[in-house]
Design a protein around this ligand. Structure first.
Ligand SMILES: Nc1ncnc2c1ncn2[C@@H]1O[C@H](COP(=O)(O)OP(=O)(O)O)[C@@H](O)[C@H]1O
Ligand SMILES: [Mg+2]
Length: 473
């Protein structure tokens, strides 16, 4: 909208400039026409005067009557425009130059006077703002000489140039003023819209308390008020939603928490039952107990992951940050995971570095992070596969990478990998157990400890997860 107003304004200014240009051209043409008109008038007067003077000179009665010629020239000058009157002899000698004081001397050298004498014909020549009329003086067939009149109009040329300059200045001034005025109008009109736009952007960035200052014409002020009302409603519903979401999380956490104790009780009693020291269970009963034990274990994992997700959401994941040896933590994880790996003939390869790899982290949560990555690597690889854990460090960061040769991750899934509850549809339908919370929690925990996580994966080839954490001395 603002762009369009600006374009419209620019167009209007260009149109006005065009009009000014046309006006300038028209005025200039008028001035030119007036100049032609003046020349035509001078020409008419000049022809009459030159003919009269020529007649007097040719008249045997007045021949050579210089005073008379001067009188005529004076009269003509009063009519305007006559600058000079010369009488030239047939051989080009200057006989009289009545506008000058002092005696006339020398001879003429203007080409048109010589031509006029030679051809015995009248010549009219324009030179700038001067007009020359040369009239041959004939007594019968005898050429006596010629009368040369020069008309000029210094004030005319001044007026013309002044008029032209003034027209051009007025035109340019008009164009500039109209352009500036159009720009100011455009800015005044678009100011409330720009204000509205920037406030809307602030709102969109999450600052829901942003409001516009109603300004500009009535319609814009009303629009501003409506916008503010809308923003207030948005803010209120956001507060309500946040409250509702917090209440939901609280409820969710307390239910999850309540489920934890009975599940722990079921787990310990099932474990006791499974051991069956007195041999009371027959084969089928032992199988049932094992099914109960496995399902209960799954529920426990789910509950603890839900509790962690709740803590992360409410920002109540209390971390105890201390300096720990990353190699040691990896060693503990490998030890715990080896039985799981062995159950599917899988291998975990980890060569611990000789020197400690000290990082600042929460010991338990760091263990959880590596456990999640290793357990995924084993879970999403075939029986007999190998999972490799490596570490390396730069001056500032210690890295642990977990590499598998498993199913790999679809590029579409890679984008959603760290979202809660996301599981690749292929994996979900394959019957491999999981909640889709592991990587969400892992990513959040790494971030909370000042680190970052990255993943490279090729479908059908395998995946490499890499976690970087700040080192300490
Ligand atoms: N190492 C891996 N190889 C292949 N796919 C993986 C790997 N790690 C994670 N995934 C995919 O990412 C999804 C999310 O992982 P996670 O959050 O740990 O949830 P879960 O393991 O409970 O399904 C998995 O369901 C799986 O599709
Ligand atoms: Mg997992």
């Amino acid at each position: 909208m603002i762009g369009r107003v600006n374009s419209a304004t620019a167009l209007a200014a260009v149109l006005i400039a065009c009009v000014a240009a046309v006006l300038t051209v028209v005025t200039w043409l008028d001035v030119r026409e007036a100049r032609q008109e003046t020349f035509r008038a001078m020409e008419a007067r000049g022809v009459v005067l030159a003919a009269s003077v020529a007649e007097i000179i040719a008249d045997p009665l007045y021949r050579g009557d210089v005073d008379r010629i001067r009188d005529m020239a004076d009269v003509a000058r009063q009519q305007g425009g006559l600058k000079m009157l010369q009488v030239v002899a047939a051989d080009g000698r200057l006989l009289v130059e009545p506008t000058d004081t002092g005696p006339a001397v020398g001879s003429v050298d203007e080409e048109f006077v010589i031509v006029s004498l030679r051809d015995r014909s009248r010549t009219i020549v324009r030179e700038g703002n001067s007009l020359h009329v040369v009239e041959p003086v004939l007594a019968g067939s005898q050429l006596l000489g010629a009368v040369h009149l020069t008309y000029g109009n210094a004030s005319l040329s001044r007026i013309i140039s002044e008029l032209t300059t003034r027209t051009i200045l007025t035109g340019t001034g008009l164009a500039l003023v109209s352009f500036a005025a159009a720009l100011i109008v455009a800015r005044v009109i678009t100011a409330p819209v720009r204000n509205l736009n920037s406030t809307a952007q602030t709102l969109a960035s999450g600052r829901l308390d942003a409001r516009v200052k109603p300004q500009g014409p009535k319609e814009f002020r009303e629009l501003g008020q409506t916008f503010n009302e809308m923003a207030s409603q948005l803010q209120e519903s956001h507060i309500e939603l946040t409250e509702a979401s917090k209440a939901k999380t609280r409820f969710f956490s307390s239910v999850t928490h309540e489920l934890k104790s009975p599940l722990t009780a079921i787990a310990s009693f099932t474990n006791m039952l499974a051991k069956d020291p007195d041999g009371n269970l027959d084969e089928k009963q032992a199988q049932f107990v094992e099914v109960i034990r496995r399902n209960n274990a799954q529920m426990q994992v789910l509950i603890s992951e839900l509790l962690d997700a709740g803590r992360l959401e409410t920002g109540t994941m209390g971390l105890v940050m201390e300096t720990i040896d990353l190699s040691e933590t990896i060693g503990e994880v490998v030890e715990t995971m080896l039985p799981f790996a062995a159950s599917r003939q899988q291998q975990i390869v980890y060569t611990a570095s000789n020197s400690p790899l000290n990082i600042r982290a929460d010991r338990t949560r760091m263990n959880q992070v590596i456990t999640n990555l290793v357990s995924n690597a084993l879970k999403y690889s075939d029986d007999g596969a190998k999972v490799e854990i490596r570490t390396h460090a730069t001056d500032t960061t210690a890295y642990v990478t977990v590499e598998d040769t498993g199913s790999g991750i679809d590029p579409d899934d890679l984008k959603k990998l760290f979202l809660p509850f996301h599981r690749s549809p292929r994996v979900a339908s394959s019957g491999v157990e999981g909640t889709g919370l592991g990587l969400y929690i892992t990513n959040q925990l790494v971030k909370l400890q000042g680190g970052h996580i990255s993943v490279k994966s090729d479908l059908g080839v395998g995946s490499v997860f890499s976690v970087g954490l700040p080192v300490t001395d």
